[in-house]
Design a protein around this ligand. Structure first.
Ligand SMILES: [Zn+2]
Length: 72
């Protein structure tokens, strides 16, 4: 799994207020203090479940493989 494609961060109140308070993929609401992941490929914050899903489809260049590339 290519977790180096994502930046792990705490969902601080600053991020939740100024950037986003939902996952960019599944729109789950982030709780303050939750571990969230910044997707450097699509420039959005996503939850752990979505990160794991994406990471399992990514090659070592952080490019989505396996037919999901049409989403981008
Ligand atoms: Zn999500």
């Amino acid at each position: 799994m290519n977790t180096q494609c994502f930046v792990e961060q705490d969902a601080t109140s600053n991020i939740l207020l100024r950037v986003t308070n939902v996952c960019g993929l599944c729109y789950k609401t982030f709780e303050e203090g939750e571990i969230i992941y910044y997707d450097m490929h699509s420039y959005r914050y996503i939850c752990k479940d979505c990160m794991e899903k994406l990471a399992s489809n990514m090659n070592e260049d952080c490019v989505i493989e396996a037919g999901e590339s049409s989403l981008f």
